[in-house]
Every structure is written in C-alpha cells, then in structure tokens.
Design a protein around this ligand. Structure first.
Ligand SMILES: Cc1cc2nc3c(=O)[nH]c(=O)nc-3n(C[C@H](O)[C@H](O)[C@H](O)COP(=O)(O)O)c2cc1C
Length: 281
C-alpha cells in the first residue's frame, strides 16, 4: 500500500501530474490519496524527488544509471532467449525460484490482482504433466481419429485446415511419450488472477516474460505454456491441490529447469514486417 510522508512532501505536485487514476490531490496544503481509485501502479513513488511516497515502509532507491546494460548486452540477452523444452534433472533452489518470480511484478501490468504460485513438488508437476497429456489423448480421440471432423472442417472452415493438420504430429508425439512434457521441468510458475478482472491474460503474459528473461540470467531455461490453461483450470484435483478460489483462474504457466540443450547461435535476419505510416490521398 502507498504511504505518504507528509514531512518529506514539498507539494511539488509531480505525483498528481503522473497519476493516471487521478486519485492524488492537494487539500489544505496536504497531499492526500484516494485509495478507492488507486490501482497501486506506483508511478507516484517512482517520480517523487523527495522520496516522500513509499510502498509500505520500503524506502525507494534512486536508479543507478552506471548499472544500466548497454545496447550490446541487451541484444545478447534478447537474442539468447529461446523456449527450452528439455531440462536436466537438477532441482532449482527455492530461493532462486522466489527471486525470479518476484520480477513478475516489474512487468507492465494493468491488473494488480495477479499472484504467482511456484510449484516444485514432483507430485504436482506430474499431476500437471498428466493433465497436459490427457488433453492430447482426448483431442486426438475426438477430433483426429474420426475422419469426419477433417471432412467437415474442409467443408465449413477450410481456412483452419492448415492449423488442424499442423497440430497432428505434436499430439502423436505426446502420446508416444505417454506424457505432456518432453522432460520433467524442475519447477512451474503459474500466474493466477481473478477471472472477472479485465486484461488479466494480457498482464499475465508480460509477467511471464519478465520471469523468462530474469531466469535466463540465472542460467535457467523456460517454456511458456498458454494453450493448455483450460485443462489446468478445469481440473478439480489441481484446483483443490493449489487451493484456488472460485473466481481465480490460471492465466499463464511457465516451466523452468536447467537446460539440457544449448543453443549456440543468434538467429539473424529474423524480422517482423514493419510498415511506415502514410496518409492515403
Ligand atoms: C503466448 C505463448 C504461448 C505458448 N505456448 C506454448 C505451448 O503451449 N507449448 C509450447 O511448447 N510452447 C509454447 N510457446 C513457445 C513457442 O512455441 C515458442 O516461443 C516458439 O517455438 C518460438 O521459439 P522461441 O521462444 O525460442 O523464440 C508459447 C509461446 C507464447 C509466446
């Protein structure tokens, strides 16, 4: 929660200017905050030149620009980040897992209802593995075995035929392995929030990416799982095990482990189409 130290505050008004919820005001020469509208984005704390605003009793620390990575270091970090699905058996230290997860909150977010659940218990990891495996079995059984589905798809939604066929070998491989994961991850982090709050999924994705990048500097590797969320959310057993509330939903899952493979090369030439603006006459 945001606190104001009235003795330090010089009423400069910068926090009022930055607040996008318009919940800070000066009344009778006193800075006040309307907690009802505050989304705890904390930009007011970050902007205050007097460090008069705090989060609980944590004193904000000014930035140290000398620690800033240069563009070459950022280039290395971004291009080295890859999805890794094969892990060694080495367990991740609990304190490292907590350290990594704590960086989720520094991602851009429009949803302050998210929380993280760290799973490093073998039994729960296997339970999730089984759930993911079960979906491949069921999807295969109900959609790929009966030939009529492809036939109907071709007839009524021909544009989805390509995606449909593309998923087939993946499902077949999962069934050969008899598990959802290629190798068992050492840990899984779930980003959970209130399903009624808008933009939860979008915010969760940013949170996961922060975890992904920070994990990388700790020598860990990650895999982002989004497609399987439905199976996890629908499992009563998993919901009970994790003690999820009725309105809570898993919005994102990331598996972590020490990488069993090593990527050696930066992939250059990869690009997204960029279009420059132009006014149509
Ligand atoms: C939103 C999102 C969802 C993803 N879901 C899965 C998934 O369910 N299973 C999986 O193996 N990889 C998943 N991935 C990883 C992508 O398949 C992976 O990013 C892609 O293969 C490109 O590789 P790279 O991450 O090394 O650049 C997901 C990635 C994103 C961004």
């Amino acid at each position: 929660m945001i606190n104001i130290d009235l003795e330090k505050c010089n009423l400069c008004g910068l926090c009022i200017k930055i607040c996008h919820e318009y919940c800070l005001h000066i009344e009778n020469d006193i800075l006040t905050i309307d907690y009802k509208y505050c989304s705890t984005c904390t930009q007011c704390i970050a902007v205050c030149p007097k460090q008069a605003l705090t989060w609980d009793n944590y004193k904000p620390e000014p930035f140290d620009k000398s620690l800033y990575p240069d563009s070459k270091q950022v280039d290395e970090l971004f291009k080295e980040r890859r999805t890794i699905r094969d892990y060694t058996d080495k367990k991740i230290n609990k304190s490292i897992l907590e350290e990594i997860t704590a960086y989720a909150i520094y991602a851009p977010t429009h949803n302050f209802n998210l929380r993280a659940i760290i799973i490093d218990d073998d039994e729960i990891i296997s339970m999730i593995d089984e759930l993911i495996y079960r979906i491949s079995v069921n999807i295969y059984k109900w959609l790929y075995k009966p030939r009529i589905v492809l036939w109907l798809l071709k007839l009524f939604v021909p544009e989805s035929e390509f995606e449909f066929l593309k998923a087939k070998p993946k499902l077949e491989k999962a069934q050969e392995r008899k598990r959802g994961f290629k190798t068992k991850p050492a840990a899984i982090i779930l980003i959970v929030g209130d399903k009624r709050v808008p933009l939860s999924l979008e915010s969760a994705q940013y949170a996961l990416y922060n975890i992904d990048l920070y994990a990388q500097v700790k020598g860990l590797a990650c895999r982002n799982l989004v497609g399987n969320q439905m199976a996890l959310n629908r499992s009563k057993k998993l919901r009970n095990t994790l003690d999820l509330g009725n309105t809570e939903k898993i919005f994102g899952t990331i598996t972590l482990g020490y990488p069993a493979i090593k990527f050696r090369n930066k992939v250059v030439g990869k690009h997204m189409d960029i279009q420059w603006n132009s006014i149509k006459n």
